[in-house]
Design a protein around this ligand. Structure first.
Ligand SMILES: *[C@@H]1O[C@H](CO)[C@@H](O)[C@H](O)[C@H]1NC(C)=O
Length: 294
């Protein structure tokens, strides 16, 4: 008698298990059918942007360092592959540009160039601007910007030179030159300069373009061709726009010097403007200067 009850209990348990299993099976079939009919989709990716869309990366990079003020829509543009040059639109906010100008204004001194024989700075007629250097990581805002440059250029912050604020009055210019060093003094002292980032702190009505006279490719295919000054049409030119940044490489990916990175700053015919520039070196400069102090 007890045995019968036991087996009946077991049978009931088994039927419950079968019922649950068959329900799960039916549910799977229904889900598969719905998937097949395209009624709903499996959430493969939360981000519905196309695979080659960089929006999510850009969001990550820009959210890390909030910076000062609100920046407009940020997007990048390949300017040229020879030299390797890229434009970052709205790299700095208007507030950051104004902050940098006000910070630098009282300390402007006449710009110098590097003497290719001695490696020392010297006065020159090829560069008629004035400028000042900021210390690396001088304050929170500068630190934020340095981090942003590192994020966008993929060169660690420790390789960055101090930022420099430049001021060009009407007619002032910087003749075509290379940013890499040809002297031993500077090459040893921190290594060769790999890349430079120019940040435009103000708009210029006419002229004042950054120009690459040795760039390869069709220079008249840039969308802003008709806005360029006559001089600007002599090479691949970028018109300064407040907040935009131009990153260009003085070295090729195989670490040879790239002569197509020859560039100059044309005189402007209207407003004076500021450029905030920064180079990145082969050797960690932060470590270098720390070692020197010891
Ligand atoms: C250069 O680009 C411009 C504008 O896109 C075009 O009209 C012109 O034909 C191009 N020139 C050459 C040599 O490809």
């Amino acid at each position: 008698m007890a045995k019968v009850r036991h087996s009946r209990l077991q049978a009931r348990k088994w039927s419950t298990v079968t019922l649950v299993l068959s329900m799960l099976f039916m549910l799977s079939v229904v889900l598969l059918m719905l998937l097949g009919l395209g009624v709903f989709f499996l959430p493969i990716n939360d981000d519905d942007s196309a695979p080659n869309d960089l929006t999510s990366y850009r969001r990550m990079a820009s959210e890390r360092g909030k910076g000062l003020g609100k920046r407009g829509e940020q997007w990048t543009e390949v300017l040229s592959w020879e030299p390797r040059a890229f434009i970052y639109h709205n790299f700095l906010s208007k507030e950051e540009c104004e902050y940098l100008i006000n910070l630098a204004k009282p300390h402007m001194v006449k710009s110098t160039v590097v003497d290719s024989k001695t490696g020392k700075s010297k006065d020159s007629r090829v560069r008629t601007s004035s400028g000042m250097f900021l210390r690396r990581g001088q304050d929170k805002i500068i630190k934020d910007i340095e981090k942003r440059i590192a994020d966008y250029s993929f060169i660690p912050v420790e390789h960055g030179e101090g930022l420099q604020v430049l001021h060009y009055e009407v007619g002032q210019k910087y003749d075509a030159h290379f940013d890499y060093f040809l002297d031993e003094f500077n090459t040893k002292n921190g290594g060769q300069r790999m890349a430079t980032m120019l940040m435009y702190l103000s708009d210029v009505e006419e002229g004042g373009e950054t120009i690459f006279p040795a760039a390869k490719g069709n220079i008249s295919s840039v969308p802003w061709w008709n806005e360029l000054s006559e001089c600007g049409k002599q090479g691949l030119a970028v018109k300064p726009k407040m907040g935009d940044a131009l990153l260009f490489w003085s070295m090729r990916p195989d670490a040879t010097l790239d002569p197509s990175s020859l560039h100059g700053l044309l005189p402007s015919f209207s407003l004076s403007y500021f450029i905030f520039s920064c180079g990145s070196r082969m050797i960690k400069l932060a470590l270098h200067s720390r070692l020197k102090k010891i």
